[in-house]
Ligand binder design. Structure first.
Ligand code: NAP
Length: 273
């Protein structure tokens, strides 16, 4: 008798450190009684080519991709989705027949809570210009936001993204002077640990009315979101994006819909939020 074969999934990155992805996807496999397992595959850059060979031959049914492979993995896939192409980075691998597809579910993850709120921002201000900001810019453009300004502590980095996405740039010190109806924090400011008391946007900068969206999800209510709420703004915490990007990976791999509340509860428990 042979044991039933489990479908294999996982996450590649280096260093992988602590990741919530195995707990998230394995809980989904359990929920739907799927014979599948999701593992952590710590993969240093010099082993990426070997890993991708294994992905084809084992085969591995799907993978999440994190730092430092999000861009380099693109040369090993057969097809890149328009979203991954817009971001210039892949965070998900899945099979379409015998082709490996690279997608970026952070874009859909970012857009999901704005779509839920039927938000139609006209003027968005993006704080930070790292990897997450690229998914945010791609998402805003897909949503049709016409006026987007990006600012970053290091101006050159913002200018580079502004040129790629054809959006406006201002200096970090000028960020309070832009009147925006959607302000998004893509920096780690406010995150538990050394950054917890920081905010990228001072309380007095919340003029007019709008939505404050923080990509940070630990803690759920950052100094940025607290100040926004006190100024009468609507708020969106980073767990919405995290849950939606994870649910989209799960859907691409299994065709099943992981409930948003299930993911929020699971992550909240893991992080003791
Ligand atoms: P990253 O590529 O390292 O970029 C970090 C950005 O934040 C850079 O623009 C950096 O500016 C800026 N920054 C860092 N420390 C700062 C400080 N003290 N003051 C002002 N600016 C500062 O990181 P990332 O991958 O984009 O991730 C950024 C944050 O988003 C993290 O907290 C991450 O956990 C979160 N995130 C959340 C989700 C989600 O699903 N909710 C998804 C992705 C990322 P410089 O260029 O000047 O260094």
């Amino acid at each position: 008798m042979t044991a039933p074969q489990k479908k294999l999934y996982g996450i590649i990155g280096h260093p992988l450190g602590h990741t919530m992805s195995p707990a998230l996807h394995n809980s989904g496999f359990n929920m739907f009684s799927l014979q599948s397992v999701y593992m952590a595959f710590p993969t240093p850059p010099e082993k990426l080519a070997d890993f991708m060979k294994s992905f084809r031959t084992v085969p591995i049914h799907g993978a999440s991709v994190t730092i430092p492979h999000k861009e380099t993995v693109m040369r090993y896939v057969d097809k890149v989705t328009p979203r991954a192409s817009a971001v210039g980075a892949v965070n998900t691998l899945y099979w379409e027949k015998d082709l490996i597809v690279g997608d970026n579910t952070d874009v859909l993850g970012f857009m999901a809570p704005l779509k839920d709120k039927k938000n139609t921002s006209k003027k968005a201000l993006v704080l930070g210009a790292g990897g997450a900001a690229k998914a945010v810019l791609a998402g805003l453009q897909e949503l049709g936001t016409s006026d987007i300004t990006i600012c970053n502590r290091t101006l050159q980095r913002a200018e580079k993204l502004a040129a790629t996405f054809k959006v406006n740039t201002i200096t970090w010190d000028e960020r309070g002077s832009v009147v925006a109806d959607l302000v998004i924090n893509t920096t780690p400011m406010g995150m538990a640990g050394e950054h917890v008391n920081e905010t990228p946007y001072l309380a007095e900068m919340f003029t007019e009315h709008g939505v404050a969206y923080d990509l940070v999800y630990n803690p759920l209510e950052t100094t940025f979101l607290r100040a926004a709420k006190e100024a009468g703004w609507e708020t969106i915490d980073g767990l919405h994006m995290f849950a939606a990007q994870g649910a989209e990976q799960f859907r691409l791999w299994t065709g099943k819909k992981l409930p948003h509340d299930h993911i929020r509860k699971l992550v909240s428990n893991l992080l003791r939020l």
